[in-house]
Design a protein around this ligand. Structure first.
Ligand code: ATP
Length: 503
């Protein structure tokens, strides 16, 4: 698993997808830059989402709100008071950790022991193995399970009560050590706000404390009535937005899974109070379908329904994806009730109510939210697509099987040799196709190596121009995934590629 993940990271760099930020200065932790291919893939994912959410729903419109917002926004939303992570420092190593993550990692180790016992028994009993019965009756596994659950329960309760002393007590009782140095010398647990602060205004006296937005959602809530009135929208309707968000994450690891600067794609759906369960189910299903439409494997997704809910929510579920390091949250679907709009009413002293012509009364709508991280989706697509295949002749090929609709370059045009007029014909094809797709032109090296390069870069089609092309205007089109080659007419190319890469 670790190896696979390392390959993903180095492949992303080698093929111009993602670079560490400010690399010449040794990078900046949890900050990354999208390179020439990465920016295209990211744009294509964003567009795929936007089309599905805005273009395909006649009752959803988009906006693009600012990153800076009036600071009271974050008082109202609860972020100033409650957007915290519990932190603990190790006195010897001076390293800082998220206290809850230390405990969760400890539990993960217990779970690993359970899995080991299961695997052992499975081997011993073979086909006759009944996993459920084993888990419920094997004394060691039962004990581990009880331990794990008791720890998680206590952690959850202490965090909910903000009893940070008990979180520390738990870390001490479990004898959790600094993962890097093995030291058990911990400080107290403190709350740490995840928002980045900055200042607006030139003079020191009049400067105003601002935050970089930690989520895009609030830009939608504060604009809700403006959009509804100017768009003459009737409930139910949605507002969608994509844009940057910033969080001072402490556990900044796992590449672009958890970044300090990242992009969200969010949609707030405004509904009549009392209809939230129905819309919650609708959006859970609709969003999962969107993911499945990319063909990345049904088994790679699962729902995780939350038992412990955030202060604003009355139901919440994550769509989890199987990343190289296991199933993790990719998207959240939250029933946020009227929490946000009511808070903004209170703090702004403005009415944020919708007049319902059918009911002939005004009310604060309820909100159903879908929220997905664009970078996390990028990682899901990229890591799932990177594959190594054994070929019939015994060699392996590295291929990036990106869904064609998302691939940065759709087709590469390759003259077989760099002479006899073949480059000229190839360039003519390039010039014709560039109106419809991102097209690459490559004439360096033997054609086999060029195929491999395009496979690894994720290009779904290669078109080769050879001497026969000069006679009959046909070319070879090669499919990345099957490596199948077909002879087709030049004028058919546009249609063939379009069929595969259009949504
Ligand atoms: P997590 O539990 O992983 O920190 P969260 O529950 O705080 O995530 P939300 O606040 O619900 O996340 O944000 C919605 C989505 O935004 C997440 O599902 C995720 O895809 C994305 N996201 C959140 N934080 C980050 C981050 N630091 N880097 C990249 N994407 C993020």
């Amino acid at each position: 698993q670790d190896d696979q993940f390392k390959k993903v990271i180095s492949h992303a760099k080698e093929y111009g997808y993602i670079f560490p930020s400010s690399e010449i200065y040794d990078g900046l932790s949890a900050v990354y830059d999208y390179a020439q291919n990465g920016v295209e893939l990211k744009k294509n994912i964003r567009e795929y989402w936007w089309k599905a959410m805005v273009q395909m729903h006649d009752n959803i419109v988009g906006i693009d709100a600012s990153i800076f917002m009036h600071p009271t926004t974050w008082k109202a939303s609860g972020h100033v008071d409650a957007f915290n992570d519990p932190l603990i420092d190790n006195k010897d190593s001076k390293k800082r950790y998220r206290a809850d993550v230390l405990v969760e990692d400890h539990v993960a180790k217990i779970e690993a022991k359970i899995n080991k016992e299961i695997a052992k028994a499975q081997k011993r009993f073979g086909d006759a193995f009944d996993k459920e019965q084993f888990v419920n009756t094997n004394p060691r596994v039962v004990k581990y399970n009880e331990q794990a659950q008791a720890i998680l329960k206590r952690l959850g309760q202490s965090l909910e009560k903000e009893d940070l002393a008990d979180v520390k007590a738990l870390i001490e009782e479990l004898e959790i050590v600094d993962p890097e140095t093995g030291s058990k010398n911990w400080t107290d647990v403190k709350q740490f706000n995840l928002m980045f602060g900055t200042k607006l205004g030139a003079s020191a006296d009049s400067a105003m404390d601002l935050y970089l937005r930690p989520e895009t959602a609030q830009g939608i809530f504060v604009n809700f009535l403006n959009v509804q009135k100017t768009g003459r929208l009737k409930i139910p309707f949605g507002i969608a937005q994509t844009g940057k968000a910033f969080r001072n994450e402490i556990v900044a690891r796992q590449f672009i899974f958890r970044m300090r600067e990242f992009e969200q794609m969010e949609m707030q759906f405004f509904i009549k109070p009392g209809t939230q369960i129905e819309w919650y189910d609708y959006w859970k299903e609709t969003r999962l379908k969107w993911h499945l439409s990319l063909g990345m494997g049904e088994d790679n997704y699962r729902f995780h329904d939350h038992e412990k809910l955030a202060h604003y929510a009355d139901a919440a579920s994550d769509i989890e994806f199987k990343f190289p390091f296991g199933f993790k949250e990719l998207e959240g679907i939250h029933s946020r009730t009227d929490f946000d709009l009511s808070q903004h009413e209170q703090f702004s002293n403005k009415k944020l109510q919708y007049f319902d012509p059918e009911e002939n009364k005004s009310y604060v709508p309820y909100v159903l939210e879908t929220s997905i991280g664009l970078d996390r989706m990028f990682l899901a697509v990229f890591s799932n697509s990177l594959q190594e295949e054994e070929l019939e002749n015994g060699s392996t090929r590295t291929v990036l099987k990106l869904p064609a609709v998302l691939a940065p370059t759709k087709v590469a045009i390759l003259p077989l040799v760099k002479k006899d007029g073949l480059p000229e014909v190839a360039k003519k094809i390039f010039e014709d196709l560039k109106w419809d797709f991102n097209v690459a032109y490559d004439e360096k090296d033997a054609v086999g190596r060029r195929y491999r390069r395009q496979d690894a870069a994720g290009t779904p089609f290669c078109v080769t121009v050879d001497h026969d092309t000069l006679e009959d205007n046909t070319v070879t089109i090669r499919h990345r995934d099957t490596m199948e080659q077909k002879r087709v007419k030049i004028e058919e190319l546009q249609e063939i590629v379009k069929k595969e890469v259009d949504v």
